[in-house]
Design a protein around this ligand. Structure first.
Ligand code: ZN
Length: 127
C-alpha cells in the first residue's frame, strides 16, 4: 500500500465483509453513509413534480435531478489499534436519506439532503 493510503473494511449491514483498497487517508471520515443496494426513489419528471403519489423506483446510480430518497447504512469508524493494517467501519444503523422538499428561487427542487426527516428540509431551508 503506498504511503497516505489505507484499506477500508466494513463490518455488518449491506457492506458486510467488503473491502475498499487504496483509500486516501484524508478521505477517512468518522462516519460514512452508504447506499443500500442499487434502488432508489425518485420523481418521474425533472421539472419539479413534488406529488408524492408520483414516486417511482429507479435502479442504478442516483440521479442528481430525479432523486427523492434512498435507503442507506450508516457506518462509524472504529478506533484503530497500533497494529491494525486498515480502517474498520462498523454498521451503526439503517436510515432513509430524504431530499429537501423546498423549492429554490428558480422554482426547481432543492438538491440538498433533508436534515430533519419529519419536516423534510435541508440545513439552509430549516432557517
Ligand atoms: Zn433545501
Amino acid at each position: 500500500m503506498p504511503k497516505g493510503y489505507t484499506t477500508v473494511l466494513f463490518e455488518g449491514g449491506s457492506m458486510n465483509g467488503e473491502t475498499i483498497e487504496a483509500v486516501p487517508l484524508n478521505q477517512i471520515a468518522p462516519e460514512i453513509v452508504m447506499q443500500v443496494g442499487e434502488t432508489w426513489f425518485g420523481m418521474p419528471s425533472p421539472e419539479g413534480c413534488t406529488d408524492e403519489a408520483a414516486m417511482v423506483i429507479y435502479k442504478g446510480e442516483i440521479d442528481p435531478v430525479l432523486w427523492d430518497s434512498y435507503r442507506a447504512d450508516v457506518y462509524t469508524k472504529r478506533d484503530q489499534g497500533k497494529n491494525d493494517s486498515g480502517v474498520v467501519y462498523e454498521h451503526k444503523e439503517r436510515i432513509m436519506v430524504q431530499r429537501c422538499r423546498a423549492a429554490t428561487k428558480s422554482g426547481k427542487r432543492c438538491k440538498n439532503t433533508a436534515q430533519d426527516e419529519q419536516i423534510g428540509l435541508c440545513k439552509t431551508h430549516l432557517k
